[in-house]
Each structure stands twice: as structure tokens, then as C-alpha cells.
Design a protein around this ligand. Structure first.
Ligand code: ARG
Length: 459
């Protein structure tokens, strides 16, 4: 069993059960490349500041390089008794480089080291997620564009409300995922702060140059308060809340695709390659991918709540509780990336049942508002028009007809202001195209929104 780095003041060996309980290596080993990169930068800074010699730094850096390759090749032995990735690499460095390895940890602590590693990891993953979201938004815009002629009922309270372009509906998701992208970009500003050199909590007596380390690691900023540096996990919580909100959007689109692919709606067909069957009912084709995205949303919320709860009563500065940050963080990163990744592949393969969508706009009095608006243009005030059309709807319901299926005489019995021109107003095309207010569903507006989105995405 390897000697513990902190073993000096202890007279008893750590109980095996405690080693297993406190170890985080299974989770944090995925930080190895950041840990090594951070250590290399730290060595260079120590040498630059004459805290260690350049020869020693070279030996340390070579040793770290060897260890990195060993881990990459899967030849590195992980061992519970060494707690975490930081201890593993240091312990291995002792074997690789000998006594000089003892100098690596000069002027730093695992507290600032782990904060650095997680920030480097999350900086990369946040950038990856931003890239994935850009790609996903492209697939949304493409789908909207090729379906610019498709209309479907827009819903409120899951009741048919007014017809909209499918493209307009899809572009509403574009807006949501654009805000998510912005939020992740914003997170990045606060992730991208270099904590190393804060040491355990109070800073260090060595003449370190934190700006130099930050430059080597590509950080634009250095953290300002050593106590905050080692105890701050706000950047993780911010990321997890952005991830949760992004999952809300993924869950909502999933829910709609689940509904739309049901025989009750029949608006879309999910690709066979992205659906699964039932082990008992041969006819079934289930939207499991969408359901799982909806379900995994709960996991990511859980990850956020876990971190908020871990942090909420911690006294300053570092506490071991904070080791519990990585499980939820990695889980949320993997889950979100997985969900966005699957949507990028699935969305272009969605079969749009244009006819079914169109058919659904023809019943349910989707043109009632248009009739009321018509009366307003003829001089009636809106509340009166609303109740007048309400009566017409009730009459038509009894006759088992839609408003546009009533005769002019029937319509006139509700208001003499109604003339022959009403029939062209009550068509789906007109209902869509007359909604020209900025942000409305008129074809022209939606095409402009698509064009603007394409411009943004190509930047
Ligand atoms: N594995 C620890 C973590 O993830 C590293 C920091 C440990 N620091 C300490 N003083 N025990 O938080």
C-alpha cells in the first residue's frame, strides 16, 4: 500500500473502510489531463520565480508527461487508498521522478488544485455544449425552412387556438436554445477564472506569480480572494442551473413530439431508427428517446439541487463536503450532451405529416378571433365583437358546422356588419398571413426570422 502524502502526523493506519468511504478516485479520475496540465503550468511558474530550479521543473514536467501517456494507454493503476486524482498523480510521480517529485506541491494545496481542475474541465465542456447547441439550432432552422408551407393549430391549454406555421412553432425552440447558448456563454465568464496560488485558503508565503500561471493555462482572470477561491462552487451551480433550464426546453420539445407522434395527433412520425418496440405488443413503436430525454431532465434538476444543498450551510473555506460536487456535475454534463447529441441526429429525420396538421386547423373554430377582429375593423369594439362571435360559435356548434361553413345570412344574424368579404378572411392562409405584427406567424415574418437565425449561426 502506498504511503499517504499526509501520513506524517498520524500514528495509526487509515481504516480500509475509511479509505473506501473518502476516496473519490472513481469519479475524479476523469480530471487527470487537467490535473497534469495544471501541474505543468505550476512547475513552470515555480521555476520562473526561482522557487525550484529549471532542472527540477524539467524532471517534473517529463515525469508528468509520462504519467499522462500511461493513463491514456490504460496502464495506470488506480487505488482507493490514494483518495483522489491529485494524490494518484503525485504518488506516481515519486516513482517516476524520484525525490524531486516532492517539490511539485510547493505553494499549492489540493484545495486550489481541485478548484483549478474543475474549472478547466468545465470550461472545455461548456464550450463543447455551446458548439452542440449551435449545431442543434441549425437543425431546427433547417427543419423550419423546408417546412415553411406547413400549418398546424397552435395550442393554448392544449386546446386548438389559432393556426400557426410549423416553422414558427419550431423557431420558438430556436429562441429557447439561443437563450440557453447565451446563458452558457455567460457562465463561461465566471468559470474562466484561475484559482491556483490560493493554496489551502490563505495564499502562500512563496513569491509566486499567479498571472503567469493563468497566462500559461489560458485564463483571462485570476481569482481575487484566496478564501473565496477554494470555497467557491458558484460557477458549478450556475452551470447546473443553465443546464437545468436547457433540459426544460429539451423536455418540452420531447413532450410535444411524444404527443404529436401519438395516433391521437398523428402530426409526426419518429424515425424507426430512433424508436423502440414493445416486448409484448408487436404493433408498438414507442417514442422512448423523447421519453428518456424528458425523464433525464429530472436527473439534471437533481444534480442542481444536490449542489445547492451541499453548499448551502458550508462555513468558509474548503470543506470535504465539496468533493460531492463532481458526481452531479459530470452527470449533468454527460446527460445534457447526450440529449442534445441525440436531438441533432433525430430532428432531421422527423417525418412531418403535413396533411394531418393541416386537417387539424380546419375544425375547432380557429378563426373565431379573426371574425371578431373583422367586426372591429368594421367599427364594433372588441369586447362586443368577442361576445357576438361567441354567440355565432355556439350557434355553429349546434348546427355541427364551422364558422366559415355558415351562410352569409346566418352570419349576418349575429351582426349586419358582416359582408361577403368575410369568407376570404376566415381561411387558414389569411389567418396566418394577416398576423404580421413583429414576432407573429405571417410567412414573411417567419422567413425573416429564419434568415436572421441563419446569419447568426454562420457568424
Ligand atoms: N478530492 C478532493 C475534492 O474533490 C480534493 C481536495 C481535498 N482537499 C482536502 N483538504 N482534503 O474536493
Amino acid at each position: 500500500m502506498p504511503e499517504k502524502a499526509w501520513g506524517g502526523r498520524f500514528s495509526e493506519k487509515t481504516d480500509r473502510i475509511v479509505e473506501a468511504f473518502t476516496s473519490s478516485i472513481d469519479i475524479d479520475k476523469r480530471l487527470y489531463s487537467y490535473d497534469i496540465e495544471g501541474s505543468i503550468a505550476h512547475c513552470k511558474m515555480l521555476a520562473e520565480q526561482s522557487i525550484i530550479t529549471h532542472e527540477d521543473a524539467l524532471l517534473l514536467i517529463q515525469g508528468l508527461g509520462t504519467i499522462k501517456k500511461e493513463i491514456e494507454r490504460g496502464e495506470f493503476r488506480f487505488d482507493d487508498s490514494l483518495e483522489d486524482i491529485h494524490m494518484h498523480i503525485e504518488a506516481r510521480l515519486v516513482k517516476e521522478a524520484g525525490k524531486v517529485a516532492g517539490k511539485l506541491h510547493t505553494a499549492r494545496s489540493r484545495n486550489d488544485q481541485v478548484a483549478l481542475d474543475v474549472r478547466m474541465y468545465l470550461r472545455d465542456e461548456t464550450s463543447n455544449i455551446i458548439k452542440n447547441l449551435v449545431e442543434f439550432r441549425k437543425t431546427i432552422v433547417d427543419l423550419a425552412k423546408i417546412n415553411i408551407d406547413v400549418v398546424l393549430p397552435g395550442y393554448t391549454h392544449l386546446q386548438r387556438a389559432q393556426p400557426v406555421l410549423l416553422a414558427h412553432h419550431l423557431m420558438s425552440y430556436y429562441e429557447m436554445f439561443s437563450r440557453d447558448t447565451e446563458r452558457f456563454c455567460d457562465c463561461l465568464k465566471r468559470i474562466n477564472v484561475m484559482p491556483l496560488g490560493s493554496a489551502a485558503l490563505a495564499g502562500t508565503t512563496y513569491p509566486i506569480d499567479r498571472d503567469y500561471t493563468a497566462r500559461l493555462l489560458g485564463f483571462p482572470k485570476v481569482s481575487k480572494n484566496s478564501i473565496d477561491s477554494v470555497s467557491d462552487r458558484d460557477f458549478i451551480i450556475e452551470f447546473l442551473s443553465s443546464a437545468s433550464l436547457c433540459m426544460v426546453h429539451l423536455s418540452r420539445i420531447s413532450e410535444e413530439l411524444i404527443l404529436w407522434s401519438s395516433s391521437e395527433f398523428g402530426f409526426v412520425g419518429l424515425p424507426d431508427s430512433f424508436s423502440t418496440g414493445s416486448s409484448i405488443m408487436p404493433q408498438k413503436k414507442n417514442p422512448d428517446v423523447c421519453e428518456l430525454v424528458r425523464g433525464k431532465t429530472g436527473r439534471v434538476f437533481g444534480d442542481l439541487i444536490a449542489l445547492l444543498t451541499v453548499m448551502k450551510s458550508l462555513p468558509l473555506a474548503y470543506n470535504r463536503d465539496m468533493q460531492e460536487d463532481k458526481g452531479p456535475l459530470f452527470d449533468a454534463v454527460d446527460t445534457l450532451k447526450g440529449c442534445v447529441g441525440i436531438y441533432i441526429k433525430m430532428l432531421p429525420k422527423l417525418k412531418i405529416n403535413k396533411e394531418a396538421m393541416r386537417r387539424a386547423t380546419s375544425t375547432g373554430f380557429l378563426n373565431a378571433t379573426d371574425l371578431a377582429d373583422y367586426l372591429v375593423t368594421k367599427g364594433m369594439h372588441f369586447r362586443k365583437a368577442h361576445s357576438c362571435v361567441g354567440e355565432a360559435v355556439s350557434y355553429a356548434l349546434n348546427k355541427n358546422k364551422e364558422l366559415h361553413e355558415l351562410t352569409l345570412e346566418e352570419l349576418k344574424s349575429f351582426s349586419l356588419l358582416i359582408e361577403e368579404d368575410i369568407f376570404s378572411i376566415l381561411t387558414v392562409e389569411q389567418m396566418i398571413d394577416r398576423r404580421k405584427s413583429f414576432g407573429g406567424t405571417a410567412v414573411k415574418n417567419v422567413m425573416a426570422a429564419i434568415e436572421e437565425a441563419e446569419k447568426n449561426l454562420n457568424q
